[in-house]
Design a protein around this ligand. Structure first.
Ligand code: AMP
Ligand code: MG
Ligand code: MG
Length: 309
């Protein structure tokens, strides 16, 4: 048996280290007070200097170590040389020590696709809602989200200036998810988490059809999946196009690795091959438990409006 860890474990160990570096960049740019905001398709679709530098950091660092992996990042950036100080070459030792699940141990570099959202919750970042922000690195094999890393750069910021900021969550199918305490919502309460900045009538209609005890409106796909696995919400409902493959790949893998489920509004899984359409056109429905209940409550009008691919 070869002594070198499987490619998936090496890639994940690197992704963890790169995500931590990325979190530091996100904090540093906020500290400078100059976010360099650019509108992409409109005022609700922004890009900041942090989105740009973090994408360069993640994509260039991983490409250097894993040149045959396909890496797809959210931001459309001009291709030029990336500054050397943005390159991270570390690896998280704890992941290297783990045993790779048998079904992935023979996977080759060129069979893996990495989906990168350098900053998820950009709108909230520009508005100072800092704990909504995450950095997402998802890994897909054979079209399936199998592993992911989420860095939350401002975790603990509400504890005040002396708090140590940031954390990294990671998960691999067949291994589990780590970096947080897995909890379920108490007493079977239905707490629906949904978008705060991309809502519309269909979103509201679907959320109400779940007969929630409480609705939480926060930014970021990564942030909402963290709410599910930490017992702060029981379902993530987004009945609109707008969310993309880089928003869902890492969160989906981490959720699935602890027994949860993320699909479109019809209960159909998303696929993450390198040539898929980026848009998650048929919305997002995710739960840690009781998926069937929430899926059964999706109104027919929502299903009609959001066709699966
Ligand atoms: P939200 O829950 O609104 O924070 O959305 C989760 C992710 O999907 C974020 O990365 C958003 O930028 C993206 N997203 C959702 N809806 C839209 C939209 N209408 N336009 C652009 N991005 C969107
Ligand atoms: Mg995003
Ligand atoms: Mg983003």
């Amino acid at each position: 048996m070869s002594s070198s860890p499987a490619v998936l474990m090496r890639l994940m160990a690197s992704a963890f280290a790169v995500a931590e570096r990325a979190g530091g960049i996100v904090r540093d740019i906020m500290k400078t007070g100059d976010l360099g905001i650019v509108e992409k398709t409109g005022a609700n679709d922004l890009q900041t200097k942090a989105d740009r530098l973090v994408q360069q950091c993640i994509c260039s660092s991983l490409t250097r170590m894993f040149p045959k992996v396909t890496i797809i990042g959210e931001e459309d950036l001009p291709s030029h040389d990336v500054e050397e100080n943005l390159i991270e070459s570390g690896q998280f030792e704890e992941i290297l020590q783990r045993v790779c699940p048998g079904e992935y141990s023979g996977v080759r570099e060129e069979e893996l696709v990495v989906w990168v959202d350098p900053l998820d919750g950009t709108k909230e970042y520009t508005e100072g809602l800092l704990d909504h922000v995450t950095v997402l690195i998802g890994i897909a094999y054979d079209g399936k989200a199998i592993a992911g890393v989420i860095n939350q750069p401002f975790h603990n910021y509400e504890l005040g200036p002396s708090a140590s900021l940031g954390r990294t969550l990671w998960g691999i199918l067949g291994v589990g998810s780590f970096g947080f305490e897995l909890r379920e919502v108490a007493d079977g309460r239905r707490i629906v988490t949904t978008t705060r900045s991309h809502s519309n009538q269909l979103v509201t209609e679907c959320v109400n059809a779940m007969e929630p005890h409480q609705v939480i409106r926060v930014g970021g796909a990564g942030n909402k999946i963290i709410q599910l696995i930490e017992g702060k919400a029981s379902a993530y409902v987004f009945t609109s196009p707008g969310c993309k493959k880089w928003d869902t790949c890492a969160p989906e893998a981490i959720l699935h690795a602890v027994g949860g489920k993320l699909t479109d509004m019809h209960g159909k899984p998303y696929r993450y091959h390198k040539d898929v359409k980026h848009m998650n056109s048929a919305g997002v429905l995710a739960t840690l438990r009781d998926f069937e209940f929430y899926a059964s409550r999706v109104p027919e009008a929502v299903k009609q409006a959001l066709k699966s691919d």
